[in-house]
Design a protein around this ligand. Structure first.
Ligand SMILES: *Cc1c(COP(=O)(O)O)cnc(C)c1O
Length: 378
């Protein structure tokens, strides 16, 4: 029985009637960019996330770039990011001409280490960008305390974490000055293409972000600053409006699957570290939304090849930390040591976790891993 890493067709089939109707409605209207579907998406996402303002944008990457632009970050400025994340977290900083300052992550949660952030602050630090990696909140109390002590804004990279709750119940993206979300199709809430969202509780910043996404234009054809084309399409918003009401049940399905994996791995007693849900005791339903279920295992690449040959899809998020990327070789902090991120980059393996998976498929994944590890380490 093949087990794909992700099968979006199952979700599409379940919502086909509504999704097709939404696509046809936008096609018939020929109102294709921004407009009423985007307004509805922004209103409903703001309510769901518990923020005053949500602004639909072209992608999660562009959301991060816009956050840098909104803070007037540029050459000579430093922005602290974990070295273990998706490329866009640091790419956005370099794209505005600023210098990313890479810091290591926590070995248990794989999220950015607050102590490492504190040690990396200089007079040039203009923002801190924690990432809620794999759908689990970073340690926001500690991060906000450091940021507030120094008066540095926090931009949450919540691309993998729409709906994730911090241990106090707040949704991520509502804690820092701005939140950046992605609707890339592999995220828990995926569009039919590229799309993203920004959040903030700051009224003036929300106005600026809306202007930024449309070339800094206000009123029409008058530009007081330079923005970009960071707009979201109506088709993406219409699709997302159909999907948003189902998000909580999809989170629930992922959490159910994660619990099954946790149990199966514990029973199999393998040399595999399963993801730690650091806030499991807090009692909130979506503290971890498992955009990925990522294990840590020695001999990862050979195991992955074996799973591939057995028809089981996996992915390595992420094999090369920022400090080892060729394009960041001249970033000063790339010369620092990041033992935790290096350890993880060589050992992480993300397993199929999407909500439509059947328990037998999860059993097959763990049984195949168990059989392989027992024969190779015997
Ligand atoms: C997906 C992702 C992004 C970028 O989002 P896109 O919509 O693909 O541009 C940024 N940061 C992280 C952590 C991501 O996982």
């Amino acid at each position: 029985m093949p087990v794909p890493l992700l099968d979006l067709k199952l979700q599409y089939r379940a919502l086909k009637t509504e999704l097709d109707a939404a696509l046809i409605r936008v096609a018939s209207s020929q109102a294709l960019i921004l407009g009423p579907d985007v307004d509805a998406l922004e209103r409903d996402c703001a309510a769901y996330l518990g923020v005053k303002h949500a602004i639909g944008v072209s992608s999660g990457t562009d959301a991060l770039v816009m956050a840098m632009m909104a803070l007037n970050i540029g050459p000579g400025d430093e922005v602290i990011t974990p070295t273990f994340s998706f490329f866009a977290t640091a790419g956005a900083v370099v794209r505005v001409g600023a210098t990313p300052v890479f810091v290591d992550v926590d070995p248990i949660t794989m999220n950015v280490s607050p102590d490492a952030i504190a040690a990396a602050i200089t007079p040039r630090t203009k923002a801190i960008v924690p990432v809620h990696l794999f759908g689990q909140s970073a340690d926001m109390d500690a991060i906000m305390a450091i940021a507030n002590e120094h008066g540095i804004p926090v931009v949450e990279d919540a691309a993998q974490a729409i709906g994730t709750q911090y241990k106090d119940g707040r949704r991520v993206g509502s804690i820092g000055l701005m939140g950046c979300f992605s609707f890339y199709p592999t995220k828990n809430l995926g569009a039919f293409g590229d799309a993203g969202l920004m959040t903030t509780n700051d009224d003036a910043l929300a106005i600026k972000l809306k202007q930024l996404r449309n070339h800094g234009m206000e009123p029409r054809y008058y530009h007081s600053f330079v923005g970009g084309n960071f707009r979201i399409d109506a088709i993406q918003a219409a699709v997302l409006n159909v999907k948003l009401p189902h998000l909580a049940s999809w989170h629930e399905g992922r959490r159910r699957n994660a619990a099954i994996y946790d149990r199966l791995f514990a029973e199999a007693d393998l040399p595999v570290v399963t993801p730690i849900n650091a806030y499991a005791a807090s009692g909130f339903p979506d503290v971890h939304i498992y955009n990925q279920y990522t294990i840590v295992v020695d001999g990862r690449d050979a195991l992955r090849a074996h799973l591939q040959s057995a028809g089981i899809g996996t992915e390595v998020y992420y094999p090369v930390p920022f400090h080892r990327q060729e394009c960041f070789r001249d970033v000063p902090s790339s010369r620092n040591a990041f033992p935790v991120s290096d350890h993880l980059a060589a050992r992480v393996l993300s397993l199929p976790i999407f909500p439509e998976l059947q328990p037998e498929q999860l059993e097959e994944v763990v049984a195949t891993i168990a059989e392989y590890l027992r024969t190779t380490t015997a």
